[in-house]
Design a protein around this ligand. Structure first.
Ligand SMILES: Cc1cc2nc3c(=O)[nH]c(=O)nc-3n(C[C@H](O)[C@H](O)[C@H](O)COP(=O)(O)O)c2cc1C
Length: 221
């Protein structure tokens, strides 16, 4: 079983969000699995240039660390996303990474993978930021098992509760992967997305040959 944990705070070992991630990793270990941590804040990941090449060839042509991280995610069974709340959003590091993944979305390449998300905020909008990460995962065809976060201004009790929840999510992620847990509402969402996105694939069939081949190979077109 392969689980990748994404760190995206620039604060390294001082990161509040890392405390939640470390608890989640303990949960993963307690359930008998291991996770590889990738700190994208320490990598070179440039902005998407909207060149559309990934939809034509299946490969992003930008020379940096993105393709290496994506390769690891594509063979993972589970993903843990983590980010601090930056201006009611994920960190710029994580948003820049998300923007590089349009092929993952067009081809639903995280299908069959499970994930959860972690965040910390100074004062507000924990659920909003968790939704950004979890909705991204669903847009990529993946399944979301939950999220945990806390508001730093609410003090250590709030952090302790989020640490416990993060640990539990770590164990649940391993169980969900082992048991291939079903989430009918999310599967319905994926079906609805394919029904509507099919029109975009057909309309762009000349520009997006890699996406078209993928859809045909999956029997979606
Ligand atoms: C650039 C920046 C933007 C931030 N924006 C918000 C915000 O919109 N709302 C909020 O509640 N906290 C905000 N914060 C506070 C962080 O979310 C909070 O300190 C968080 O715990 C940092 O996590 P980290 O230590 O893992 O980086 C912001 C912090 C920074 C540096």
């Amino acid at each position: 079983m392969k689980i990748i944990a994404i760190v995206s705070s620039p604060r390294g070992k001082n990161s509040n969000t890392l405390k939640l991630l470390n608890a989640a990793l303990e949960g993963v270990a307690a359930a008998g699995a291991e996770a590889e941590v990738i700190d994208i804040a320490k990598l070179k990941i440039k902005y998407c240039t909207a060149c559309d090449v990934c939809h034509k060839t299946g490969v992003c042509p930008i020379k940096d660390d993105f393709n290496g991280v994506l390769e690891k995610l594509l063979v993972a069974d589970g993903i843990i996303w983590s980010s601090p709340n930056y201006i009611t959003n994920v960190s710029a590091q994580l948003k820049t990474f998300f923007d590089r993944t349009p092929r993952v979305i067009h081809e639903h390449l995280f299908e069959g993978k499970y994930a959860f998300s972690l965040t910390t905020a100074g004062s507000q909008d924990v659920d909003f930021v968790l939704d950004i990460m979890n909705n991204f995962m669903k847009m990529c065809g993946g399944k979301v098992i939950g999220g945990a976060g806390c508001i730093m201004a609410q003090g250590p009790m709030d952090m302790e509760a989020a640490i416990s929840k993060s640990y539990e999510l770590g164990t649940h992620l391993v169980e969900a992967i082992r048991e291939k847990s079903k989430y009918p509402d999310q599967e319905a969402l994926h079906h609805a997305w394919k029904d509507s996105f099919r029109h975009a694939i057909i309309a762009n069939k000349e520009e997006w040959p890699h996406n078209v081949d993928h859809w045909i190979s999956k029997g979606w077109l």
